[in-house]
Design a protein around this ligand. Structure first.
Ligand code: PMP
Length: 465
């Protein structure tokens, strides 16, 4: 198909003058007056966005940035992918909103989604379309399991993030968001996450599974048999922390033996982000419920769903309703996104560009303030911590984010103390853009950490101050 929508001819980042530029400053000031104190991104990334194309975004002052935030992992094929724009535009003239009626667009989308599952799983999974956010789908998954099992407790993991609605927040690790909100959902039990990283979560990673096995198997363990165990395979907001394979397999074996549905939250890891369609595939397990949202449409038209074992399908009609469950624009784009991802071997690109990032960021690993560089596919984090005490280097991470922005790269932060600089590039990003972005990031880390104000590669000395 030839597209009438032409990508903008941006080939590299370009920032002139201070940030925010004058036009951005105006809109940011108006936003501050008019919008909620709970707004987040523009506090750390003070720009006002005008337009995007592929891996680039332009602010209202004409500055062009490499966008490695991509709408928090939503824009899997970059900004305004021409073929997705075309499919959305075509659908716009046909039907936009369809509640949960069947439509040709929805049918193609559902077929496309199911086609990405392994044949065995595909046969036993059903789909429920939820309200169009990850959090809403998490709520649906938990309700489904509570109804099917008749139980009320849920196990979740420390460091995890599942959304901002009441139950999703109750299931998330982020204490600061919960503390001001009294009486969140009861019956949630947190266990340590068996992480494959050096990130410190208290217990030795190999003991995490044993602890859970003991607690759930012990008749004096204090926890009634839960309705579900909920986990991310790579904790995204928690600081890009992949789970250990043996941990995930033991959680799967335990939940299966005790008849507890295992929910995997693939809101961030799903749709190719980690190099396979879903991250659980890399762990050699099959979950009972999969939660997906962010990148399902590839272009940011909102949509969320759960895929679940048909044996759990005991809830009644209307058990999880919502007005915005029939976004035909998202269906049209999502079916097209799957076609493009297959045609262009986008998952292969995720793996190759992921290796490139690992390679390019190796030079950071010896840096005293870099605790770890870690990731899967195109989901990467650089954790900054004090070389002596190992404490999260929040200020340095903030300075790195700001320095990167001033040099034309948008990155996010997350993890404990917000000290992990996070990369979420589009899945079809080119080698050239990855190379430029990594150079900006490496330079930023060297420029912003004490004792290293000049990158040795450029200045010939690693200890300039
Ligand atoms: N689960 C995970 C793993 C997420 O990363 C997020 C969002 N960052 C959510 C759930 C919540 O999604 P939403 O913001 O669309 O509600």
């Amino acid at each position: 198909m030839t597209s009438s929508v032409k990508p903008r001819p941006w080939t590299g980042p370009h920032v002139s003058g201070d940030l925010p530029g004058p036009r951005s400053a105006l809109l940011l000031a108006r936003q501050e007056r008019q919008e909620s104190n709970a707004r987040t991104y523009p506090r750390h990334l003070p720009i006002a966005l005008a337009e995007g194309s592929g891996s680039f975004v332009r602010d209202v002052d004409g500055n062009v940035f490499i966008d490695f935030l991509t709408g928090a992992g939503v824009l899997s094929l970059g900004h305004n992918h021409p073929e997705l724009v075309e499919s959305v535009t075509r659908q716009l003239g046909l039907l936009t909103h369809g509640l949960d009626f069947p439509t040709p667009a929805k049918d193609s989308f559902t077929e496309a989604q199911l086609s990405m599952l392994a044949p065995g799983l595909r046969k036993r999974m059903k789909v429920h379309f939820c309200g169009p956010t990850g959090a809403n789908a998490v709520e649906a998954a938990v309700k489904l399991c509570k109804i099917a099992t008749g139980r009320g407790d849920v196990v979740s993991f420390q460091g995890g993030f599942h959304g901002s609605t009441h139950a999703a927040m109750a299931l998330s690790g982020l204490v600061a968001a919960k503390e001001p909100v009294r009486n969140t959902v009861p019956g949630v039990h947190f266990f340590p996450y068996g992480s494959a990283s050096r990130c410190s979560t208290g217990l030795a990673p190999e003991d995490c599974a044993a602890y859970l096995e003991h607690a759930l198997g012990d008749d004096l363990g204090g926890i009634p048999r839960p309705a579900a165990v909920l986990m991310e395979l790579v904790q995204g907001e928690g600081g890009v922390i992949p789970a250990r394979t043996d941990f995930v397999r033991r959680v799967r074996a335990l939940t299966r033996s005790l008849g507890i549905p295992l929910i995997v939250d693939e809101v961030q890891t799903g749709c190719g982000r980690t190099g396979t369609w879903f991250a659980f595939e890399q762990y050699g397990i099959e979950p009972d419920v999969i939660v997906a949202s962010k990148a399902l449409s590839g272009i940011g038209t909102p949509i969320a769903l759960i895929l679940y074992d048909a044996a759990l399908d005991t809830w009644e009609p209307g058990a999880h309703i919502g007005t915005f469950r029939g976004n035909q624009l998202a269906f049209a784009a999502g079916a097209e996104a799957v076609r493009i991802i297959r045609r262009d071997d986008v998952l292969g690109n995720v793996r190759r560009r992921g290796e490139q990032i690992a390679d390019r960021l190796t030079e950071l690993m010896a840096h005293p303030w870099v605790r770890e560089v870690r990731g899967r596919g195109l989901m990467w984090g650089v954790e900054l911590a004090g070389p002596d005490d190992g404490r999260p280097a929040t200020d340095i991470a903030a300075a790195v984010q700001e320095h990167a922005l001033r040099h034309g790269l948008i990155v996010e932060r997350g993890g404990r103390g917000d000290a992990v600089v996070r990369l979420l590039p589009p899945l079809n990003v080119t080698a050239e853009v990855v190379d430029t972005a990594c150079s900006i990031l490496v330079e930023a880390v060297f420029a912003c950490s004490p004792r290293f104000s000049v990158h040795p590669g450029r200045a010939g000395s690693g200890r300039a101050t």
